[in-house]
Design a protein around this ligand. Structure first.
Ligand code: ADP
Length: 259
C-alpha cells in the first residue's frame, strides 16, 4: 500500500483580521483524489481557509503548498491556473446572462483573452465562440442533461437547484484537479443537494477523478460523500478521521455544544 500523495498542504497557516485569529497555525493536508470533509462550528475558519488557499487573502504567516509548489500569497488568477477552483456560499451568478455565459466565465483558458458577452465578439471570434459553446455543452451533458437543454436561457428564469448547478459547472469548466465546495447544500432541500452531488460525481467518474474539499454542515451529506474529515475550531484542527471517528470524538462534541 503506497502512502497517499498529498495534493494540498497547509503549514502553520495563520490568518488574522485585526484582533480575530481566523486561522491559527493550521496544519493539514488533502490527499490526491479524495473527498475530504471540512467541518467545524460557525466562525471556526473554514471559509477563511478556502479564501487563503484561493488567493483572496494573503495569510499573516505560514504556507500553502499545492503539489509540492509554494502557492502562499499567490494571486487568485495564478491559483486558478494551478487548477484549483471553488464555489462560494453566496451565489455569484449574473442573473440576466445565460447559463452558457455564466459557465464560460469560469474557464481559466480564457482569463487573458476575455469573454463573448457581446454580439460583436461572438461574430468576430465565431470559431472560438462555437468551441466554447461545445465545451460548455459537453460538460452539461455529463453533469446534467436537463440543464444542457437550457444552455441559452437566462439564469433568472431558473430555480435555485439549477443555479447551484451552474455555479458548480463554472468551477468545473476548466477541469480542475482540486475543487473546493463551500456549503453546496445552502438554500436547498436534502433531496436537491443529493441530486447536485450526484451530478458532481458523474463528472468526477466520467471526465476526471478530481479531488474535493467539502465544507458542509449537513452531516448526512458528509457521511455519504467523504472518505475522511477534518474538524476545525477557532482556526485550529481539532480532529481528523472518518465520519464515524469524528462524530464520536469528545473534543468535537464539545466544540459543537456551544452552537
Ligand atoms: P466559518 O467558515 O468556519 O464559519 P469563517 O472562516 O467565515 O468561519 O470565519 C472565521 C473567523 O474569521 C470569524 O470570526 C469571522 O468573523 C472572521 N472573518 C472571516 N473573514 C473576515 C474578514 N474578511 N474580516 C474580518 N473578519 C473575518
Amino acid at each position: 500500500n503506497h502512502p497517499a500523495k498529498k495534493i494540498l498542504e497547509a503549514h502553520n497557516l495563520t490568518m488574522r483580521f485585526g484582533g480575530v485569529t481566523a486561522l491559527d497555525s493550521l496544519n493539514l493536508h488533502v490527499n490526491e483524489g479524495e473527498i475530504l470533509g471540512l467541518l467545524g462550528p460557525n466562525g471556526s475558519g473554514k471559509t477563511t481557509f478556502f479564501n487563503v488557499i484561493t488567493g483572496l487573502y494573503r495569510p499573516s504567516s505560514g504556507s500553502a503548498i499545492f503539489r509540492g509548489k509554494d502557492i502562499t500569497g499567490a494571486s487568485a488568477q495564478d491559483v486558478y491556473r494551478e487548477a484549483i477552483t471553488r464555489t462560494f456560499q453566496r451565489s455569484r451568478l449574473s442573473l440576466p446572462l445565460t447559463v452558457f455565459d455564466n459557465i464560460a466565465i469560469g474557464d481559466n483558458r480564457r482569463l487573458d483573452t476575455g469573454l463573448f458577452f457581446n454580439l460583436f465578439q461572438r461574430k468576430q471570434f465565431k470559431s472560438e465562440y462555437d468551441q466554447v459553446v461545445e465545451q460548455v455543452n459537453q460538460l452539461l451533458l455529463t453533469f446534467n442533461p436537463n440543464l444542457a437543454a437550457k444552455i441559452f436561457e437566462p439564469v433568472a428564469s431558473l430555480p435555485m437547484i439549477d443555479r447551484r448547478r451552474i455555479e458548480i459547472c463554472r468551477a468545473l469548466i476548466s477541469e480542475p484537479d482540486l475543487l473546493l465546495l463551500d456549503e453546496p447544500s445552502a438554500g436547498m432541500t436534502h433531496d436537491e443537494t443529493a441530486e447536485v452531488m450526484n451530478d458532481i460525481l458523474q463528472v468526477r467518474s466520467k471526465v476526471k477523478p478530481f479531488t474535493i474539499v467539502l465544507i458542509e454542515h449537513e452531516m448526512g451529506l458528509i457521511q455519504r460523500m467523504t472518505e475522511r474529515c477534518i474538524v476545525l475550531n477557532y482556526g485550529k484542527k481539532i480532529a481528523e478521521g472518518t465520519y464515524d471517528e469524528i462524530v464520536n470524538n469528545p473534543e468535537v462534541q464539545v466544540a459543537y455544544l456551544g452552537q
